[in-house]
Ligand binder design. Structure first.
Ligand code: PEP
Ligand code: MN
Length: 338
């Protein structure tokens, strides 16, 4: 932690700050320039992070040296984390992993057919919601446990590992039993008890960015999971709320290089919930591959007109197939494979 003192800070004010630092069991290191004094704090930064240093008279600004998200920071591992999901490596520098499937699991026929379609098209993870976070309580809420069983059946039929959302701590056990990746949805990104709970799970977790979450917020939420011991965490950019209403959200692709600069965790992009309209998804998916994402999550439906959720943003099978071919070309251009 570095404290920059105000121009004209008095000797008494500086001594008072130094004294406070010593009282916290740390060592101040003061250098006095012509213009102003700078106080370096030597010792564990966590101790001072909570102290209201800016409330001390004579303090101009306080700059942390270390990141507040310790375990999530790139500094911590100095190498990229690769999450292995039944042999599918997510975070491998040479690979882009495709996760695809319907917004919700609706029936056996629906999930089995879509699973076969997305597998054939090149996806290596099947997505599908069983517990759905819907804006309105009057809309389809998901099949619950039955949906999880159907996902497991689709995995058995296709060999694709599955990802599904966990919304409530009371369902942790059953979701963890059936899924290969636990999804934490945007609306729950700061549900800290849920984050701690999945931090104690054995299965990998994909944490989606909250609707109004900054990069720092996302990383601090990831920190909750890592801090409980689960190091298999992936981050997912899925669009944030802005003043723009043409698109469902604003897909912040700058989050990809930013998160990868700050953190060792793999970064997935979900252009579907970002853009919200099926005709905008392909362009954003291609841009997401180009931005360096480790994986792309796309909603695909065999009959979007009758989908129980998010039909308007789901790609038809042939559109997804065409998109995969284009994504392969973009991936190849940056030295990656799908
Ligand atoms: C989803 O993936 O189906 C979903 C609800 O996403 P988000 O949490 O990003 O809105
Ligand atoms: Mn959806």
């Amino acid at each position: 932690m570095i404290i920059i003192c105000k121009r004209g800070a008095t000797d008494e004010q500086i001594a008072h700050i130094e004294e406070a630092i010593r009282s916290w069991g740390l060592k101040p290191h003061t250098s006095r320039g012509v213009e102003r004094a700078i106080i370096g704090i030597i010792g564990p930064e966590d101790v001072v992070r909570e102290k209201p240093l800016e409330a001390f008279p004579g303090v101009e600004s306080v700059t942390p040296v270390l990141k507040p998200y310790k375990l999530a920071s790139y500094e911590f591992t100095q190498k990229r984390t690769v999450v292995d999901v039944r042999g599918v490596k997510i975070g491998d520098a040479q690979k882009v992993v495709l996760m695809a499937g319907p917004c919700s699991v609706e029936s056996r026929e629906q999930i089995l057919e879509i699973a076969r379609i997305v597998k054939k098209a090149g996806a290596s993870v099947l997505r599908g919601g069983a517990f759905k976070p819907r804006t309105s309580p009057y809309t389809f809420q998901g099949l619950g446990k039955k949906g999880l069983e159907l996902l497991a059946e689709a995995r058995k039929a296709t060999g694709l590992p599955v990802i599904t959302e966990l919304m409530d701590t009371k369902d942790t056990e059953v979701v963890e039993e059936y899924t290969d990746i636990i999804q934490i949805g945007a609306r729950n990104m700061q549900n800290f008890s849920l984050l701690k709970e999945v931090g104690r799970c054995k299965k990998p977790v994909m944490l989606k960015r909250g609707l109004a979450a900054t990069i720092k917020d996302v990383l601090l939420s990831a920190e909750y999971i890592l801090n409980e011991g689960n190091m298999n965490v992936m981050l997912c950019e899925r669009g944030i709320r802005t003043f723009e209403t043409y698109t469902r959200n604003t897909l912040d692709l700058s989050a990809v290089p930013a998160l990868k600069k700050e953190s060792h965790l793999p970064v997935i992009v979900d252009p579907t919930h970002g853009a919200g309209h099926h005709d905008l998804i392909p362009a954003m998916a291609l841009a997401a591959v180009a931005s360096g994402a480790d994986g792309i999550m796309v909603e695909v439906h065999n009959n979007p007109e009758s989908a129980l959720s998010d039909g308007e943003q789901s790609l038809l099978p042939e559109k997804f197939k065409a998109l995969v071919a284009q994504m392969r070309a973009v991936a190849a251009a940056i030295g990656k494979q799908i």
